[in-house]
Design a protein around this ligand. Structure first.
Ligand code: MSP
Length: 510
């Protein structure tokens, strides 16, 4: 089975920040999990280089838009490996392959009869790259600028010849699709938001501009450039080889991960474009919430935008990955604070997981020279632990199928706490004293096997740290490619297997 997961493509007018790494980490976890499950995965990220916003940012820096893009693209390309992002491709909208994709999409829309030429006479928000009608605008008071209802910044009056896309023709079809596919837009609150928006009526969409040039030229009418959102959305297809492959392998996407602010583009414009072009719709669009930082909105003027490079100086990539996905239910807004990160790390990773790993392997070395004995058919406590581990594996799979990262991590934590209770309840040190060899072997075996299966589930979230756990547990036994389908079963470790000596994977953060 194929699995296609995408992030938004990030504007190159600004450097990467917390919001960008959040979506990309989430997508990476899904991609890694699907690969572990044996699926044929394509994970795409990239950059959005065109449009008026980027052109203006370049002008302000006295650069060409392409020179600005080139420099910011390097920032992203450097950053992703530092965060263990395993993307299969990186799309730039200034690339030839993408331009061909956009022009082919344009022709499909045109051939379907859903484009027409007219005059656009309304308002445009450059920071949001969004069109607004007079009645939608916020009024800043008499004589003041008109403001964008989304970002609150001044909009500009636009009066120019434009192509329009007959979005209005797709209102009923889109509603029918959303109703027939309850999983299409998530979370539920966002789905309702889209339903209300579509039910209130869709206006035709202006899809070209003539007053600036940084974009993809409209085929056969080069005075016009394609509206940046039509251009940007098409990246999800152009990266797969569209139009050479009219319906590429991996299409339709299994999930587009996006932030809540770009929901309308993905859940309304994109599906309608695809319907007009006669292409299948993505299976799911998940809009996550926004982060504040220490209780405040991130903004350039406040200078409090969290830069990934600074975060990576303070914390290991895996720790950031864990925190971002554990702290806030995916879909809700959340607050990033250093205190919360340290607290979670020290409790859930250092104390709970780190402790279970260290004490289990230390006891295995102390009492058994690091070698596993045979597990006997056990007590109720053993059966309860095994059942919990097996249920955890199913629950984590279910949670990730619906992008509930925090639920998956909570469930893994619960098993780890169970493991630590099992140590206390079965007190291996007592069993060693009383020479109950069979019972001691069983308890140690169950602990190591629990840890192995916990580490496997943690691999997509913390590839480095979970990999280090597995390396200690597997000792000299070469792991080869790790797979959930063939290595996820309870009891695969053999009697006689030697584990490495424990070395701390989660040292406490002071
Ligand atoms: N270029 C468009 C996307 C085109 S996709 C076909 C774009 N780019 S962006 O760089 O402005 O934003 C990318 C993503 O960052 C959005 O999904 C947005 O939600 C996310 N975030 C920006 N600030 C954020 C937070 N403070 N918190 C979480 N995510 C945030 O939009």
């Amino acid at each position: 089975m194929t699995y296609y997961v995408t992030t938004p493509i990030y504007y190159v007018n600004d450097e990467p920040h917390l919001g960008h790494i959040y979506t990309t980490i989430a997508a990476d976890v899904l991609a890694r999990q699907a690969r572990l499950a044996g699926e044929d995965v394509f994970f795409l990220t990239g950059v959005d280089e065109h449009g008026q916003k980027v052109q203006q940012a370049a002008q302000a820096r006295d650069m060409t838009p392409l020179a600005l893009a080139d420099s910011v693209v390097e920032r992203y390309r450097d950053l992703w490996p530092q965060l263990s992002i395993s993307n299969d491709d990186f799309i730039r909208t200034s690339s030839e392959r993408h331009k061909r994709g956009v022009q082919a999409m344009w022709r499909l829309l045109q051939d379907s009869g859903h484009l027409y030429k007219g005059m656009y006479e309304d308002w445009y928000c450059v920071p949001c790259e969004t069109y607004w009608t007079e009645t939608q605008l916020k009024d800043a008071g008499t004589g003041q600028d008109k403001l964008c209802p989304d970002c609150g910044r001044p909009v500009q009056k636009v009066q120019e010849e434009s192509y329009f896309f007959r979005l209005s023709a797709f209102q009923d079809k889109l509603l029918a699709h959303i109703h027939a596919h309850p999983e299409f837009i998530a979370p539920e609150s966002r789905r309702n938001e889209v339903l209300r928006f579509v039910e209130s009526g869709l206006n035709d969409l202006s899809v070209s501009r003539t007053t600036f040039s940084w974009g993809v030229p409209v085929p056969d009418d080069e005075r016009h450039v394609v509206y940046v959102w039509i251009d940007a959305l098409t990246n999800y297809l152009s990266a797969l080889g569209f139009p050479d492959a009219p319906v590429p392998k991996y299409w339709p996407a299994d999930v587009h991960l996006i932030g809540k602010d770009i929901l309308r583009f993905h859940a309304v414009y994109w599906p309608c474009m695809l319907m007009a072009a006669g292409l299948p719709l993505p299976k799911r669009i998940f809009a996550h919430g926004w982060w504040t930082v220490e209780g405040e909105k991130m903004s350039k003027s406040k200078g409090n935008a969290l830069r990934p490079a600074d975060l990576l100086r303070d914390y290991e990539a895996d720790v950031l990955r864990y925190f971002l996905l554990r702290e806030v239910p995916f879909g809700q807004d959340g607050d990033f604070s250093h205190a919360a990160l340290r607290q979670r790390y020290n409790t859930e990773l250092a104390n709970d997981i780190g402790n279970l790993l260290n004490r289990s392997l230390a006891m295995l070395h102390k009492y058994r020279d690091g070698r596993l004995g045979r597990a006997a058919t056990g007590h109720d406590a053993d059966r309860a632990l095994i059942a919990d581990v097996e249920a955890m594996q199913r629950d984590v799979g279910e949670a990730l199928r619906v992008q509930a990262f925090h639920t998956a991590l909570e469930r893994i934590s619960a098993v780890v706490r169970h493991g630590n209770r099992y140590v206390e309840d079965n007190a291996p040190w007592q069993l060693a004293k009383s020479n109950d060899a069979e019972r001691l072997d069983t308890v140690l075996y169950n602990l190591v096997e629990t840890l192995r299966l916990v580490a496997l589930q943690l691999l997509p979230f913390m590839p480095g740290k979970a990999g280090a756990m597995l390396a200690q547990i597997m000792g000299e036994q070469v792991m080869g490619t790790v797979g959930l389908h063939d290595q996820g079963g309870w009891g695969l470790l053999q009697a006689g297997h030697a584990c490495a000596r424990p070395s701390p994977v989660f040292p406490r953060l002071e």
